[in-house]
Design a protein around this ligand. Structure first.
Ligand code: KMH
Ligand code: ZN
Length: 273
């Protein structure tokens, strides 16, 4: 077992679900901040943040990101990561807007893909624009890798010096249109990374638990939470994000992999910046 302590990301709300899918989904600024800090108190380090407007629709509005960030900062200590993906169809200008608030981290999706029946558009110029915004605001990027081709795009963009020098990688597996959430894909993807590259895995629905457990044994990090999965087990809705965190902390400890302290997590992620 690796002696690299585990970093846990909690994806609180996402952009695709509503209270109709699960009544436990946090959607107001207070609900999102409370859910984030409950997850942090169970062991989460990074909060992957999407926000909702007054009608609970996904939005990239700067004032709402600012409000939720303030509420989280008042209640707990963690690394805050903004989504620049937004929801499918969000214009690039809106996706970029919250970067002006200089969060600790922000996502950068590395290619266009089918996303269920929609198209999640990340043309080369979109990737370029988001990378520029991330570099300008000195934010740590997390590259969202939904399929194998996106790693090739990453390498091509690295050669052109478009991406920041230091970044975290998130393998997002099991989205309809991306690579499937299975262990073969996870092993092959991580095998292509440079030796010291930090990586995490997010996987959808029922694949969340098995793939995160595998990532723990492989020395990777994990992302869990309602954005990717609303069921605690088959047929049983999770009642909070914290419930997922509590379980993964327990499993990781059982497997002999320590949970990082917040300062260890920051050292691991930011030490090259
Ligand atoms: N909501 C998805 C279309 C990200 O946060 O950067 C994109 C997404 C990725 O969630
Ligand atoms: Zn997201």
């Amino acid at each position: 077992m690796t002696n690299n302590p585990l970093i846990i990301t909690c994806a609180i709300t996402g952009a695709e679900l509503s209270k109709q899918d699960t009544p436990y989904l946090p959607v107001t600024p207070d609900e999102i901040a409370d859910s984030a800090c409950d997850a942090v108190s169970e062991g989460a380090h990074i909060i992957h943040l999407h926000v909702r407007d007054e009608s609970f629709n996904p939005t990239q509005r700067v004032d709402i990101f600012e409000d939720v960030t303030k509420k989280i900062r008042e209640k707990c200590n963690c690394i805050i990561q903004y989504s620049t993906g937004g929801s499918v169809g969000t214009p690039i200008s809106e996706r970029l807007a919250p970067l002006e608030l200089k969060p600790d981290m922000a996502t950068l999706s590395m290619g266009t893909m089918n996303f269920g029946n929609d198209i999640f558009e990340n043309t080369e110029s979109t990737i370029h624009a988001i990378a520029k915004g991330i570099k300008k605001n000195r934010i740590l990027a997390e590259l969202e890798i939904f399929d194998f081709g996106m790693l090739d795009t990453t390498n091509r963009f690295l050669k052109r010096e478009i991406l920041p020098q230091n970044f975290h990688i998130n393998f997002v597996l099991g989205v309809q249109g991306g690579s499937a959430a299975n262990i073969q894909n996870l092993v092959s993807l991580q095998d292509r990374l440079k030796k010291n590259q930090t990586w995490t895995v997010s996987s959808m629905g029922k694949f969340q638990l098995p793939l995160t457990v595998n990532a723990i044994t492989m020395g990777g990090h994990v992302r869990i939470g309602f954005e990717d999965n609303i069921f605690y087990k088959k047929g049983e809705l999770a009642t909070s994000n914290a419930q997922f965190i509590k379980r993964i902390v327990r499993i990781s400890n059982e497997l002999g992999r320590n949970i990082a302290t917040l300062s260890e997590a920051k050292n691991i992620l930011f030490n090259h910046m």
